[in-house]
Design a protein around this ligand. Sequence first.
Ligand SMILES: [Zn+2]
Length: 490
Amino acid sequence: MASPVHIVVASDDAGLTSLASKAAGDQWHVERCSKLASAEKFLAHPELKLILFDDQILGDADSPSTLVRLREWAPHAPVIYIAAEHNSETEKLARAEGVHYYTSKPIDAERFSQVVRSFLKLETPAITPIRRSPHPRSTASMKAFVMKSLNQVGFMEKPVAKPGIYDAIIKTTRALICTSDSHTVHGAIGSRENLTLGHEAVGVVHEIGSEVRLFKPGDRVVVGAITPDWSDIASQAGHSSQSGGPLGGWKFANSKDGVFAEYFHVNDADANMARIPDGVTDEYAVYCCDMISTGFMAAENADIPIGGTVAVFALGPVGLMAVAGARLRGAGMIIGVDAIPARQKLARYYGADVIIDHGSDNVVRQIRELTGGAGVDSAIEALGADEVFQNAVSVTKPGGTISNVGYHGGGEFVSIPRIDWGVGMAEKTIRSGLCPGGRLRMERLLRILQAGRVDPTRMTTHTFRFDDLDRAFEVMDKKLDGVIKPLIVF
Ligand SMILES: [Zn+2]
C-alpha cells in the first residue's frame, strides 16, 4: 500500500520542500509536485494535512479559478499560497477562497517553520508577527519582452524575481532568439498571457539563495535552455529533460518566465549553471544553452560509427551544429540537405562533405546513390516535418539509427514509410530527445569552445540591442534578410 501523504508541496522550489519537511519532522510524509496537475492525485487523500503552493510554477495562480480548484480538490486541508511579491488583489482573492496567503520570499526559515507547525497542530511557540520594514519596500522592476497573447508580443515592466534557497537570479548579458520562440508565440504549446519569452541566455550572477554552494554574485555563467528538476525521478532515471512530466525540464518561456528580460530566475542553480571560462566570450558561450547542446545531442543519439555515413536533414542552426557534432563523432561522410545557399555554405564550413538541395531532385534516391545503394548509417531529422521524417527513415540502412531533433509543431501524426521500414523488421532505431541541460553538459560544451573545436558565432547573422527585440523578433519570425541566428545584447 502506498504510504499516506500528509503535506503536498506544489512548487518548482526544492528548498521549499526541504523546509517543509524539516518543519514537520520525520513522521510526516511530504510529497513535492512540480505541476499543479500532478498534485491532483494526492489532494483527496484522507491523511492530507496541508497544501503549500507558490506562484513561480503556477502561471495562473493569480486567477480565482486556480484557488477555487484547489479548494474543491482538497476541501479538508488548509492551503497556503506562498507569493514572491505581495499583491493585495491576490491576497483578497485567496482569502475569499479560504486560502492562506504568505508573502515572504526568500523564506524566513524560522517563521515558515512556525507557520507549518501551527497548521499541523504541532506544538510550537506563538507565531511572531511579520516584521514590516519601516520604509515601503522598493520593488525592483525590470523590462521584459513577452508573449502578450497568441501572436502578440511586446515589452512590459515586471518585478525582478527573488531566488528560493537553491536558486539564482541572473543579470542577462547576451541572448539568442530561437525558432521555437516563434512556434510558441504562434500557439504550438497553447496560449500564454504576458509570458516572458526566450530560453537561450548567459549573464552574471546577481543574487543567490542561501543553499547555493558553487556560485557567487558576479560570476559569469551559462544557463541551459532546459533547467531540469534534478531531484525528480525522471532525472534519476537519466532523462532529466523529462523531469516533472513530458518535456518538463523545459521551463523557460513555457512553464515560467523566460530569459528575454534584464534579469531571470534559475532553479537548482548549482546543477543548472556553469561558470564561463576566461577566454570564452559571452557571444560564444550563449550557443551552449541550446544550439550546440541540441545539435550535438542529435549526433550523439544518431550513434554514428567512426567512418560511418550521416545525412542531416535541414541546416538551420540545430542542423548545422548536428553537422559539427557528426564531424566530432568521427563520421566518414556527412551529407547535408537544405535549399538555402547561405546555410549550405555554413554546412560545408562545419564539416558537410556533400550538400543536396531538397528542392532540386529526389533526395532519397540521391542519398542512396551516394552510399552505393546501401543508405546511411545515421539520419538526423532537424526540421520537424512529416515528409522529412519519412525521408530520414527511408535513407537509413537496416540496422541504422534515425535521430529526431526536429520540433514537430503541426499535424496529428508523424508517419513511418512501411516498406522502407522493412515492414517493421529492418532493425532501424528511432531516437528522439529534448535539448539536454545541466552543469556537466554545459562544462563539456564550454571545453569544446575553449579548445577552438567549433566556432558557433559563424551562425550569428544579426545583432540587436535588447531595446530593439521587437524588431529582432520580427526578423526571426518572418525569416527576413537571410537570418540564421540573431544575437541580443543587453
Ligand atoms: Zn532554442
